[in-house]
Design a protein around this ligand. Structure first.
Ligand code: ADP
Ligand code: MG
Length: 173
């Protein structure tokens, strides 16, 4: 089976880290929708939001999802990809969807420790933990309803990869 594998989850849950190693193990290609979006528009996420608002950004995000979807590809999606019903249906129908689940404390610790992985404009006046808790409140049910498999992403990246391989009906190439 060579369907695309979509990794969903909040910023910092490990979509890029885990996605790259999973792609290596399976001999699949790796794509990141945020990265694709930046390459295709020549702008950062923050610049797109500043110029076109979040609505404009979300439209580009949907276009990016469709553009990168291909067989034998691991697709790391932007944290907000699940907000649009069309994106949720597309991923569910076209491939296997994996939610990398981590709590707000763990996410905040990673994003504080590795600020370069934080690509979103920050909302001022609140701690990163509060911000992540709010994001999870808003999105956890969407991640859950979209995912074919829910994986504990608070283990080492190696273990997360193993857990995904165990969950998936695929074998390494
Ligand atoms: P995402 O792509 O989902 O935003 P990243 O893969 O960029 O997340 O990971 C965010 C940060 O957390 C990176 O610095 C990465 O090294 C670290 N990280 C990712 N997964 C894990 C993990 N399972 N355990 C510890 N640190 C992790
Ligand atoms: Mg990423």
């Amino acid at each position: 089976m060579s369907l695309p594998i979509f990794l969903i989850g909040a910023r910092g849950c490990g979509k890029t880290t885990v996605g790259e190693s999973l792609a290596q193990v399976l001999g699949y290609a790796f794509c990141d929708t945020d990265h694709y979006l930046q390459q295709s528009t020549g702008k950062t996420v923050a610049e797109i939001v500043a110029a076109e608002g979040w609505e404009g950004f979300r439209q580009h995000e949907t276009d990016a999802l469709i553009a990168v979807t291909a067989p034998e590809t691991i697709i790391a999606t932007g944290g907000g990809m699940v907000l649009a019903e069309a994106n949720r249906c597309f991923m569910q129908e076209r491939g296997q969807v994996i939610w990398l689940q981590a709590n707000a404390t763990v996410l905040a610790a990673r994003l504080t420790h590795y600020p370069q992985s934080s690509q979103r404009p920050t909302l001022t006046g609140r701690s990163i933990t509060e911000e992540m808790a709010e994001v999870l409140d808003e999105r956890a049910s969407l991640y859950q309803q979209t995912a074919h498999h829910i994986i504990d992403a608070m283990q080492t990246p190696e273990r997360v990869v193993m857990a995904i391989l165990n969950a998936l009906p695929v074998a390494p190439a």
